[in-house]
Ligand binder design. Sequence first.
Ligand code: NAD
Length: 475
Amino acid sequence: MIPNLIGSQWIHPARETLPIYNPATGEVIEHVPLSGAEEVAQAIEAAQEAYQTWSQTSVMERTRLMFRYKELLEQHTEELSRIITLHHGKTLDEARGEVRRGIEVVDFACGAPTLLQGRTLRQVTQGIDQDFYLYPLGVVTGITPFNFPVMIPLWMFPLAVIAGNTFVLKPSERTPLGAIRLAELFLEAGFPPGVLNLVHGAKEAVDALIAHPDVRAVSFVGSAPVARYVYRQAAHQGKRVQAAGGAKNHLIVLPDADLEHATAAILNSAFGNAGERCLAGSVTIAVGSVQEPLLEALRVAAEQLAVGPGIEPGIQIGPLIRAEHRERVLRYVEAGIKEGAQLVLDGRRFLNLPGFFLGPTILDHVTPKMTVGREEGFGPVLSVSRAATLGEALAQANEVAYGNMAVIFTRSGAAARLFRERVEAGMVGINVGVAQPFGFYPFPGWRQSFYGDLHLQGSDGIEFYTRKKVVVTRW
Ligand code: NAD
């Protein structure tokens, strides 16, 4: 069984456990405890105690430790990547990319001496100066999803702790191994015990974290219904909360697009990470004369993608996270066919492999009214829909409830600008299939893809984990 980290102690709670799998083989490789209120209270107590000194530790000392942590993450990139692939399933290259994107946030956190500056205005009125300072909040918590076991925890705790907070992380119970190694390296970098704590579990642990009176802020990333639930619960209890949820992302292709480039980018967007990505482009809207050539190019290229264990070189699509999740994705595809979509490429031919594999699947003639055109599938399923004009394509993209990402492929600056202005999504790609902001920018989902005000990462992250104090002075 894997342990919780409470202060400096790795503790195995006497709790029921769940298996952790290698999704490429279906084998059980570890067990994760389902912690409850008792373990959560211990972690918060350790964090609360550490906060007394950590919040007073100088910015330069905190920054020095963060630089050391960055160095350790760089040194252990390959090891972290292999841990990701082992229990998540994504390809090793995708795992390396994930670690790199996570380290970017640590790079950003190392800028604390600038990021944590307040502002001053002398002589606001006669003889009066006004300053504001940034202060930490106290103990804060992060609850993370299965699909980026290293990157998403790194979106949160480096920014929280560099600002002087202490942190309790509740990783996904399906992929908790990355967080353990992140926490070990954090201690090795020299951060004091209790600055980062780790509690494994599921709903019971999440509810206990949100309800605890000493937790000042909640960061959440996961599915839309749970994001909504966490947002409501935390806000109701007077906590600061940022809750990123699910997505349904559209990739519009105009007739003037570079077809070869668009095809490769769409395949990566739809099928990379086996489609288990909140920035997966799961609907391609083909506009006008590009419809038939694009569909044919996608079908031919997708058919050649290599499906298999992510640890093997040359593999492009790894397994899904669990057998039950694959069943869910299969039911989703079947619902699409029943509702009138046309199956162009059938990924079910990989069902006989050991592990939880599903091959790339393409559905054509999808509309926003269909389940596959409206809801997140979170698997290697690409829906193709058709539109006569850019205006019609925009209307389709804006009809769904989510607003994480939207992409356009075109050679026209005017069309791209119109798209940027009108599309109801917070992350926009122009000739880029996965418009993931770099770690020093916020990660701004819109509509039902995000609940809260300040987003994860970047300057929003720093603002989320700090509070302002204004001082008005006359001498
Ligand atoms: P999930 O919602 O099932 O789980 C996320 C976290 O919430 C986990 O730590 C889990 O233990 C906890 N949890 C699950 N059910 C809960 C409940 N009923 N009450 C309280 N806590 C609960 O999500 P997942 O399947 O792990 O991750 C995939 C989802 O995350 C997808 O919908 C994906 O789009 C989304 N996601 C969003 C972003 C983003 O930035 N918007 C990034 C990555 C993933």
